[in-house]
Design a protein around this ligand. Structure first.
Ligand code: Q9C
Ligand code: ZN
Length: 343
């Protein structure tokens, strides 16, 4: 399968994130994409091509224009206030009952307004890296439209935690949602998004919450225990014409392949029943037992089985890279899903 990849991913290289009460080196770092690329080349998965630039219009199909404008200038505004030696991190958020009527003027106020965690630094290259990732996903969608059975957007920063007007969870632009919307706009009547990242894809859920034409299915750690904590529960099924087009399959800490495979079978059955024309696969490999911030127990061979199960859905499939922080094994785990799909 064709692999779409831009070197501009490395422009997102945050120094630190707030985790367990301290600033620690960012888990979401350029080495992640480098090791995936190296493994893709080693196994000869397919040609690696540059994304084509798609501009801002397909981003505005999914994200708020004010939010996109904020993201474009956030770093310059931060530097004007605080200098360039520190990454931009938010410190204040609204709690329920507090007003959100106005967008604050100061950069510190706006960072809090448009975010939901302190783990997602904005840096000098964030906007360029994030748009390169969206362009990779959009180029992959173009390939499906041209008739390819599959494509892989090897991109970072990831996207599935980013909503219509917010960033967080290392995500700024929702690459998978942007690609799914592009497939709809290109003529697919129904599109499914399956999210196998360890964390709930809260941004994708929010974007398609009231949509009956895009099915969102996510398999993830129970948000009662795990990030993003406030959504991803099984009783969240969508609203309006989208009621029933959102499926959350939650699993406990310690989940191994046996239990995971059962959830994957439920997800596959729901996607087949939905009658989608294409599948966007949010591919996080942080379900791996060796992941430093996650608590599932998949082993590397399980990712081959995961790929085979995804192939069994029988749809043209665009894989979009999300999380996975056990960097040394990330290349093998991600490539295993893709080779498992192709076999
Ligand atoms: N103590 C993705 O996988 N912080 N994002 C976790 C753990 C946020 C993960 C802190 C994790 C976000 C794309
Ligand atoms: Zn994740």
């Amino acid at each position: 399968m064709i692999v779409i990849h831009s070197e501009e991913h490395r422009l997102q290289a945050g120094r630190s994130e707030l985790n367990d009460g301290q600033l620690v080196p960012c888990y979401e770092k350029p080495a992640r994409a480098d090791i995936v690329r190296a493994r893709i080349e080693a196994v000869g998965l397919g040609p690696i091509v540059e994304p084509t630039r798609h501009g801002i219009a397909p981003l505005e199909r999914v994200h708020d224009a004010g939010y996109l404008g904020f993201l474009q200038t956030a770093w310059d505004d931060w530097v004007a206030e605080h200098g360039a030696d520190i990454d931009a991190l938010p410190l204040n958020w609204v709690a329920p009952g507090m007003s959100r009527r106005r967008v604050p003027r100061s950069i510190d106020g706006r960072l809090g307004f448009y975010s939901f965690d302190a783990g997602t630094p904005i840096t000098a290259g964030t906007w360029r890296a994030a748009t390169s990732a969206a362009d990779s996903a959009l180029t992959g969608a173009d390939r499906l439209r041209a008739g390819d059975r599959s494509a892989f957007a090897l991109c970072r920063p990831p996207g599935h935690h980013a909503g219509h007007a917010f960033y967080g969870g290392y995500c700024f632009l929702n690459n998978a949602a942007i690609a799914a919307q592009s497939l709809r706009d290109g003529g697919a009547a129904r599109v499914a998004v399956l999210d196998v990242d360890y964390h709930h894809g809260n941004g994708t859920q929010e974007i398609f919450w009231e949509r009956g034409d895009v099915l969102f299915v996510s398999i993830h750690a129970d948000p009662a225990d795990e990030f993003p904590y406030f959504c991803g529960h099984a009783d969240e099924t969508g609203a309006g014409v989208g009621d029933g087009a959102n499926l959350n399959l939650t699993l406990p800490w310690g989940t191994d392949w046996n239990a995971y495979a059962q959830a994957l079978a439920v997800a596959a059955a729901r996607i087949r029943e939905f009658g989608a024309d294409a599948l966007v696969l949010s591919l996080g490999a942080d379900t791996y037992g060796g992941d430093p911030i996650s608590r599932f127990r998949l082993v590397s061979e399980d990712f081959l089985r995961m790929g085979a199960a995804i192939a069994g859905i029988g749809l043209p499939t665009l894989f979009v890279l999300e999380g996975g922080y056990a960097v040394d094994d990330l290349g093998v785990n991600v490539a295993n899903v893709l080779t498992g799909f192709e076999q």
